[in-house]
Design a binder for this molecule. Structure first.
Ligand code: PEP
Length: 248
């Protein structure tokens, strides 16, 4: 079984998100072969979750506030997303880390809050182009994994990791499947230290209907996190269908 998650980022407004959710709700995939979820903008998450309630798709939050409620203008808590029917939460997406300057301690708080609220966090990690040029890829990933997992308080419940090299996100410059395999294999060895149990690791960064099988055909790569393409009904459904038709 492979995970296929679609991050709609801030690409789709309310009506577009609801329309896409309605279209996806009509699709039929084999949930023994693909585990599907979409991550709409916060404003649309409740309606999208309602539309997808009896479908093959779960819904997730793109970002969460770590405290459950209070004087935090503009924030939406993990608990609030859980209450409206979300199952997952992206944590530490590179756009949050780089554009919103989210530090590793914030990522850690969001990871813990998601688990406490009963959401399944998808921790995003990835190196920048500069890291790669300076031969610091593993150093960067090690730091991100350590700050997320070292001494984690709530060490139960499931969780996923998405390996998303920053230079591959939204650029069309996808990571070579062989490199993604090597790094994901390495991440799986690294996290053994934290006794987290089985943590599926996905690849993300310029995944398309054309290249998806080059990742999902690798056994260590447990699925893909798709950005831009997941906002386009035909491309996203054909991407899912090619994985759905291939795996048991
Ligand atoms: C993402 O937003 O996580 C992502 C991988 O984006 P894209 O597929 O557009 O590169």
């Amino acid at each position: 079984m492979k995970y296929i998650f679609g991050n709609w980022k801030m690409y789709l407004g309310y009506s577009e998100s609801v329309d896409l959710a309605k279209d996806l709700a009509l699709q039929n995939f084999d949930t023994q072969k693909v585990s599907l979820a979409v991550f709409p903008a916060a404003i649309a998450s409740k309606t999208v979750a309602d539309e997808l309630q009896n479908s093959n798709f779960a819904v997730g939050a793109q970002d969460v506030m770590w405290l459950p409620s209070g004087a935090y203008t503009g924030a939406v808590s993990a608990q609030m997303f859980k209450d409206i029917g979300c199952r997952y939460a992206l944590v530490g997406h590179s756009e949050r880390r780089h554009i919103f300057e989210e530090h590793s301690d914030t990522v850690r708080k969001k990871l813990e809050a998601s688990r406490e609220a009963g959401l399944i966090p998808v921790l995003c990690v990835g190196e920048t182009k500069e890291d790669t040029e300076q031969d610091k890829r593993q150093y960067r990933l090690k730091k991100q994994l350590m700050s997320a997992f070292e001494g984690l308080r709530l060490n139960s419940g499931s969780m996923l990791i998405a390996y998303e090299p920053v230079w591959a996100i939204g650029t069309g410059d996808a990571c070579l499947p062989q490199d993604a395999e090597d790094i994901i294999g390495w991440i799986k060895q690294e996290i053994v230290h934290y006794s987290l149990g089985n943590v599926p690791v996905l690849y993300g960064g310029s995944v398309t209907a054309q290249n998806v099988l080059s990742y999902t055909s690798i056994s260590d790569i447990d699925g893909v996190l798709v950005g831009g393409v997941s906002t386009k009904k035909d491309e996203f459904t054909s991407l899912i269908r090619s994985v759905n038709n291939l795996y048991v």
